[in-house]
Design a protein around this ligand. Sequence first.
Ligand code: FAD
Length: 268
Amino acid sequence: MYPFTYQRATGLADAVAGLKADPQAKLLAGGMTLLPSMKHRLAAPSSLIDIARLAELRGIRRDGKTLVVGAATRHGELTADPIAQSANPALARLAGLIGDPQVRARGTLGGSVANNDPAADYPAAVLACRAQIVTDRRSIAADDFFQGMFTTALATDELITAIRFECPRRAAYAKFAQAASGYAMTGVFVAQFDDAVRVAVTGAGPGVFRWEAAEQALSTDFSTRSVDALSMSADGLNADQHAPADYRAHLVKLMTLRAVADIIGATA
Ligand SMILES: Cc1cc2nc3c(=O)[nH]c(=O)nc-3n(C[C@H](O)[C@H](O)[C@H](O)COP(=O)(O)OP(=O)(O)OC[C@H]3O[C@@H](n4cnc5c(N)ncnc54)[C@H](O)[C@@H]3O)c2cc1C
């Protein structure tokens, strides 16, 4: 690790002021991604501003048709929360599939979404559930937020305070986990709203993306049959030591089938 200073933010304004004062400073939430990066000398922030305990960033509440989750909410808290379980059960279940118990005890929603790892689980739910990413200065639609591998619409001194998930009528997340890391080799979140179906894919490409052909097919006929009739192109998908692109294309279709089957109570 390179040397750095540490400060625990006293409030939201204090955290934002710290970021503005030092362009090399980084927010510290769960530390599950940032600290290993620092240990491997892949990140060298001049200072860490700890936001993990800020009350303004905690809490889960229902607000009409949306579920509002504070950015510092830990994965384990979200999966166990009765409001989340009732408002968006697929999201609550997804949180329970992240990493292992230690990761779920420390890692946060805001840290994961800000980091935008191409194999992270939450981005699929954020994109499928037409979420708004609320920051200290604005609200960003999920469609505009994710901008490719580890890249988002956030400014360097911008802090996510909460995420507002639209509550779908029905939804499910199917994940094919990479055996060693637990990250998504491919994960698909299918959300059915009164006016649309959204299908968001993580793990398969350089960033989370929507599978629009599946959205259109499921909007016409919400069944495994309509997904089965589709073919997923391998163009642009990831190919690495874990899986070639055509295998990931196969997984996108299979995970979509599983999510739809889960929603309608069939088998895929
Ligand atoms: C062993 C292991 C297994 C894992 N498995 C999975 C998995 O299966 N699926 C999965 O999705 N993830 C997985 N993760 C990642 C995990 O979910 C992390 O918690 C998450 O990626 C980062 O969240 P964090 O709160 O730890 O953020 P940190 O590591 O503290 O921060 C990450 C980045 O986000 C920034 N940041 C943090 N909070 C905010 C905020 N509120 N606003 C703006 N920027 C912010 C930080 O400055 C930093 O740049 C795994 C991690 C480990 C170590």
